[in-house]
Ligand binder design. Structure first.
Ligand SMILES: C[S@@+](CC[C@H](N)C(=O)[O-])C[C@H]1O[C@@H](n2cnc3c(N)ncnc32)[C@H](O)[C@@H]1O
Ligand SMILES: *[C@@H]1O[C@H](CO)[C@@H](O)[C@H](O)[C@H]1NC(C)=O
Ligand SMILES: *[C@@H]1O[C@H](CO)[C@@H](O)[C@H](O)[C@H]1NC(C)=O
Length: 268
C-alpha cells in the first residue's frame, strides 16, 4: 500500500510540473491555420489531463486507491455486464476491464450527460486498446435511455452528488438492473471523528479552492465541490434512500474515515 501510494504521488507531481511549464509557454504560441484541427484535439486532451490532474492533486492520488478498492469490492467475473453512469472519462470502466483476466472482455456501457467528457473517454479507450469494449452513450442518470433489466452491475462514482433528484437516479438503477443485479455507488461522504473532521474541513475549504485557482484557474467550481460534499446525505440517510427504492441487503463501507463511502444493494 505504501509503495503504491508513493508511486501514485510521483505520477501526480510530474504532470503538475509539466502542466505549470506548459502553461507558462502557452501564451507565446502562435498557431498557423493548418494546425487548427490538431489544436482542437489538444484542447480535448487538456480537458482530460486537467480533470485527472485535479483529481490527483486534490486527493493526493488517493482517489485512485478508492476506485481500485471499489472494483475489488465488485469482484467482477468474465460475464459481468456493467453500466457506469456519470462515467465521465471512463475511470471505472477501464479499471473494470483491467480487472478481468480474459481475452474476450464483456461490453461496458458508459453513460454521461456531458459530451465533452464522453469524447475524452473515447479517446482514452482508443489509446488503451479498449475502443470496442466500451459503449459510450449520452444520457441523464435521472432518465436513462436504456430498457429494463439489462445489467448485472450499475455503478456511479462521484456522480450522484451532482444530480438534482438522487431518488430518481436510484430508481433508474433499479429499473435497468437485472433481477439479482447490484447497485454500487462511490461518493464523498461524512467524516465524524472530530480531529480528522477538523483537518479535513481546513483542507477542503482552505486548500482545495486555492488549488482549483492555481491549477485550473477556477476557484468557483472547487468551492462548489466542497460545499456540495457537505450537502449530500450522510452514510445512514443515503442507505435509507437506497432501501426505499426497493434494494435489499443494503450496506456501506467507509473509506479513509468516511471521506468517501461505498454503498451497495441488490435487486432481489
Ligand atoms: C466528478 S465526475 C466523475 C466521473 C467519473 N465517474 C470518475 O469517477 O472519475 C461527475 C460526472 O457526472 C456527470 N453528470 C453530472 N450530472 C449527470 C446526470 N444528471 N446524468 C449523467 N451524468 C451526469 C458529469 O458530466 C461528470 O462527468
Ligand atoms: C452540477 O454541477 C454543476 C457544475 O459543477 C453545477 O453548476 C450544478 O449546480 C450542479 N448541480 C447540482 C444539482 O448539484
Ligand atoms: C462510517 O462513518 C460514519 C460517519 O463518519 C459513521 O456514522 C458510521 O458509524 C461509520 N460506519 C461504519 C460501518 O464504519
Amino acid at each position: 500500500m505504501m509503495t503504491r501510494h508513493f508511486k501514485i504521488l510521483c505520477d501526480m507531481y510530474i504532470p503538475v510540473l509539466l502542466s505549470i511549464l506548459q502553461q507558462t509557454h502557452f501564451g507565446y504560441q502562435t498557431v498557423p491555420e493548418d494546425e487548427k484541427e490538431e489544436k482542437v484535439y489538444e484542447v480535448f486532451e487538456n480537458v482530460a489531463s486537467k480533470y485527472d490532474l485535479m483529481n490527483d492533486a486534490m486527493s493526493a492520488g488517493v482517489h485512485r486507491l478508492w476506485k481500485d478498492h471499489f472494483i475489488h469490492r465488485m469482484a467482477p467475473v468474465k460475464g459481468t455486464s456493467l453500466i457506469d453512469v456519470a462515467g465521465g472519462t471512463g475511470d471505472i470502466a477501464f479499471r473494470f476491464l483491467n480487472s478481468i483476466n480474459q481475452q474476450i472482455k464483456p461490453l461496458v456501457t458508459v453513460c454521461d450527460i456531458n459530451q465533452a467528457m464522453l469524447d475524452v473517454g473515447k479517446s482514452r479507450s482508443e489509446s488503451l486498446g479498449y475502443l470496442s469494449d466500451v459503449n459510450f452513450i449520452k444520457g441523464n442518470a435521472e432518465c436513462l435511455p436504456i430498457e429494463n433489466d439489462q445489467f448485472d452491475v450499475f455503478t456511479i462514482a462521484y456522480g450522484i452528488r451532482n444530480c438534482t433528484h438522487i431518488d430518481k437516479v436510484i430508481q433508474e438503477a433499479y429499473r435497468v438492473l437485472k433481477p439479482g443485479g447490484r447497485f454500487m455507488c462511490l461518493e464523498f461522504s461524512d467524516v465524524k471523528n472530530p480531529i480528522i473532521r477538523q483537518l479535513y474541513d481546513s483542507y477542503s475549504f482552505q486548500v482545495i479552492p486555492v488549488m482549483g485557482q492555481v491549477l485550473a484557474s477556477d476557484w468557483k467550481s472547487y468551492q462548489y465541490l466542497v460545499e456540495s460534499i457537505r450537502q449530500f446525505p450522510n452514510q445512514e440517510d443515503f442507505k435509507q434512500m437506497i432501501k426505499e427504492a426497493g434494494f435489499k441487503m443494503v450496506k456501506y463501507e467507509n473509506l479513509t474515515f468516511g471521506v468517501s463511502a461505498i454503498h451497495s444493494g441488490f435487486k432481489l
